[in-house]
Design a protein around this ligand. Structure first.
Ligand SMILES: NC(=O)c1ccc[n+]([C@@H]2O[C@H](COP(=O)([O-])OP(=O)(O)OC[C@H]3O[C@@H](n4cnc5c(N)ncnc54)[C@H](O)[C@@H]3O)[C@@H](O)[C@H]2O)c1
Ligand SMILES: [Zn+2]
Length: 373
């Protein structure tokens, strides 16, 4: 092992097995960490913003690895597009990237999904390595091999499974991440805790609001635990037939909130945070969660920081967004419900009255948060 303090999480996918390496300062050690890839013709794909903030540090490591070609991608979900994908393929060709080429993606989930898909589709698939720079991409999008771009009519609709060869997670990047983005990723960490890690749940309860300034070791452990949970799910169900659905905890209501507000009001994570409160309430009404477990979960969500309002979104809008979701899945919305803390079950029979009740409780939590300032 390169550094005794580094954490390594294996993703066991047979021939496609790879390691997620996590450690503060790891990006400075890339030449050692990725030694086995040195000498291959490679191309870095980086977010403009991240490169402006961290490029000087990375450029040196890349040079030592022999990665001199680089393409900078503008920031924003709208650049996760076919147009940017074309540009990447152009640049790969110009750089002379061949079948044994390597693509290294530096940025959040947008750059990861985009560069990973460009790698998946170039010469029927070349190797790629994400270096995620947002909390969400560290714990979620870099694990599992889903890559893709958006179509003007639908998000993530053009994509492929293409597992990376390695993932390098350096939490040092989080120091420049805007607070709201950090908080957004934190809800996904909380989701992982609810899926299967009570110790992670406890550590989140003791964390500073929004995880801002969290102790390095705690942050590394939390990222590692989240990656482990996702890796376990993906190992059992790489292509999302069934078990991978558990990862949607909080996302059914979350997506409906995002859609009902035209994707403008909430970050994805904030909507998921609300969704976690909602499904936990539904689980409590079904006597799957005790009242004190519900309180603990809702308090953990609230501790991560303020979230935009939900109380002024008309319930019919949210319900119709859920129904659209249902249509797309051939008639059934599957809700992932917490069954205690650290276990979930999937239920196809959550009724409109239960959802309405959850929305009322979310509005009540909002009022309570506002009173506390
Ligand atoms: N592949 C998957 O399994 C998967 C899973 C979840 C989400 N996603 C995708 O991930 C995307 C969202 O990812 P995201 O939340 O990382 O968004 P993002 O990539 O858009 O990054 C969010 C913002 O943070 C900035 N940023 C990134 N790193 C920074 C840093 N270290 N310092 C300062 N600013 C920084 C970016 O410029 C951007 O403005 C979506 O497109 C979503 O569909 C994919
Ligand atoms: Zn999510």
């Amino acid at each position: 092992m390169l550094d005794a303090r580094m954490i390594e999480i294996p993703v066991e996918l047979g021939a496609r097995r790879y390691l997620i390496s996590i450690g503060h300062g790891l990006s400075a050690m890339l030449p050692e960490l990725l030694k086995r890839f040195a000498g291959r013709r490679s191309m870095a794909v980086a977010s403009r913003r991240v490169w402006n903030l961290h490029g000087s540090r990375l450029a040196r490591a890349f040079r030592d690895l022999g990665i001199t070609a680089r393409v900078i991608v503008p920031d924003g979900e709208r650049y996760k597009s076919r147009a940017t994908l074309n540009k990447l393929h152009d640049e790969f060709l110009k750089a002379g990237l061949a079948r044994d080429g390597l693509v290294v993606a530096v940025g959040g989930g947008v750059v990861g999904d985009l560069a990973g898909f460009a790698a998946a589709t170039y010469m029927r698939g070349v190797d790629w390595i994400p270096i995620p720079t947002t909390l969400l991409s560290m714990v979620d999008s870099s694990v599992g091999g889903k890559t893709g771009v958006n179509h003007p009519m639908a998000k993530n609709i053009i994509g492929a499974f293409h597992q990376p060869k390695a993932v390098v997670v350096d939490p040092v990047f989080l120091e420049t991440l805007p607070r709201r983005e950090l908080q957004g990723g934190a809800y996904e960490v909380l989701k992982s805790a609810l899926l299967g890690d009570r110790a992670l749940f406890r550590s989140l309860r003791d964390a500073p609001p929004g995880l801002v300034g969290w102790d390095h070791k705690e942050m590394e452990n939390a990222i590692a635990s989240s990656c482990r949970i996702k890796a376990e799910v993906v190992e059992k169900d790489e292509r999302e037939a069934d078990r991978r659905r558990a990862l949607n905890l909080g996302h059914t209501i979350g997506h409906a909130l995002e859609a009902a507000t035209d994707y403008r009001r909430f970050t994805h994570g904030e909507a998921v945070g609300w969704g976690i409160v909602g499904v936990s309430w539904i689980a409590m009404r079904r006597e799957m969660l005790s009242e004190s477990a519900f309180d603990a979960i809702a308090a953990a969500v609230d501790r991560l920081g303020p979230r935009p309002r939900v109380s002024d979104i008309p319930a019919p809008r949210i319900l119709s967004a859920l129904k659209r979701d249902k249509k797309m899945r051939q008639g059934r919305v599957h809700f992932v419900l917490p069954d205690g803390i650290g276990r979930v079950v999937i239920r196809p029979d959550v009724g409109e009255n239960e959802i309405r009740s959850a929305l009322r409780v979310m509005a009540a939590r909002e009022a309570r948060m506002a009173r506390r300032g």
